[in-house]
Design a protein around this ligand. Structure first.
Ligand SMILES: NC(=O)c1ccc[n+]([C@@H]2O[C@H](COP(=O)([O-])OP(=O)(O)OC[C@H]3O[C@@H](n4cnc5c(N)ncnc54)[C@H](OP(=O)(O)O)[C@@H]3O)[C@@H](O)[C@H]2O)c1
Length: 254
């Protein structure tokens, strides 16, 4: 049998939107698995404490300025990482926005803001990173989707459309890059408590309503999400591509 390895020792990983929330904890997890992990953040000062935390735990990490809605920023960040580290083996597209509206209240600005980060930004970061992956014949791309990209949830019109788009991008990119050793997959969590969801989950009525719909009876943790990301980022997941892995406690099984 071939060796099964979930280690990322010697690899280079980039996480977008790493200043806080899930992205922050994914940097800890990927560095903990052995990758030199680069925190993509809009303001590099925002990563100082995170980098110190990684180093205190014996890991290796650095930060790069990256706004996923700014093409020049994307190109500069990818060039800087490749210049410093030679390559990017693992890309985690985590940056995302998730505010909700009744569909009748959505403005064009709301639509553009969410789509520009969650779908357009994700695509162009992936394109920039995958050029090198395809050329080198190896890569792991893991996207943060959502259960809201799998099933309808009221007041999520734009967010759901963006995350459903991520699912289809995942399949197309997986097909195009499979012959080049590059896998593309999506992790689709249920609600996890982060700065991006705190205002909703701190409301007891909202939290109770959500928990009633999660069969496991709890929110996802960032560790639940990280476990799925680590698997899809690992060398041993090479036959898994174009998939969406729910980390939703059974929400979408209903
Ligand atoms: N938490 C959940 O319940 C949940 C559930 C399903 C899916 N997800 C997905 O998981 C991902 C992370 O969610 P989260 O809850 O951790 O979010 P969060 O706490 O709101 O953090 C979002 C992160 O994205 C970054 N970001 C926003 N716009 C950006 C841009 N233009 N360029 C670069 N980075 C940008 C933010 O950076 P700044 O600090 O600079 O603003 C921040 O680091 C998102 O894709 C989200 O849709 C979350």
């Amino acid at each position: 049998m071939d060796t099964v390895s979930f280690s990322l020792e010697g690899q280079v990983a980039l996480v977008t939107g790493a200043s806080r929330g899930i992205g922050h904890d994914l940097v800890l997890a990927l560095a903990g698995a052995g990758a030199h992990t680069i925190a993509g953040v809009r303001r590099t000062d925002d990563a100082a404490r995170l980098l110190a935390q990684v180093r205190a735990a014996g890991g290796s990490a650095s930060a790069v300025a990256l706004d996923v809605t700014d093409h020049a920023s994307i190109e500069a960040a990818v060039a800087a990482v490749e210049a410093d580290h030679g390559r990017i083996d693992v890309l985690v597209n985590n940056a995302g926005l998730g505010f909700n509206h009744d569909a009748l209240d959505v403005t064009e600005a709301d639509w553009d803001q969410i789509m520009d980060v969650n779908l357009k930004g994700l695509f162009f970061v992936t394109q920039a990173v995958a050029r090198g992956m395809v050329a080198r014949g190896y890569g792991r791309v893991v996207n943060l989707g959502s259960q809201a990209g799998e099933v309808g949830i009221r007041r999520h019109a734009v967010y759901s459309a963006s995350k459903g788009g991520v699912d289809l991008l995942t399949k197309v990119l997986a097909l195009e890059w499979a012959p080049h050793g590059v896998t593309v997959n999506t992790v689709a969590p249920t609600y996890a408590y982060t700065p991006g969801t705190a205002d909703r989950l701190d409301d007891p009525a909202v939290a109770a309503d959500i928990l009633a719909r999660i069969p496991t009876g709890r929110f996802a943790s960032t560790a639940d999400v990280a476990a799925a990301v680590l698997y899809l980022a690992s060398p041993s997941s090479g036959m898994v591509t174009g998939t969406v892995l729910p980390v939703d406690g059974g929400w979408t099984a209903q």
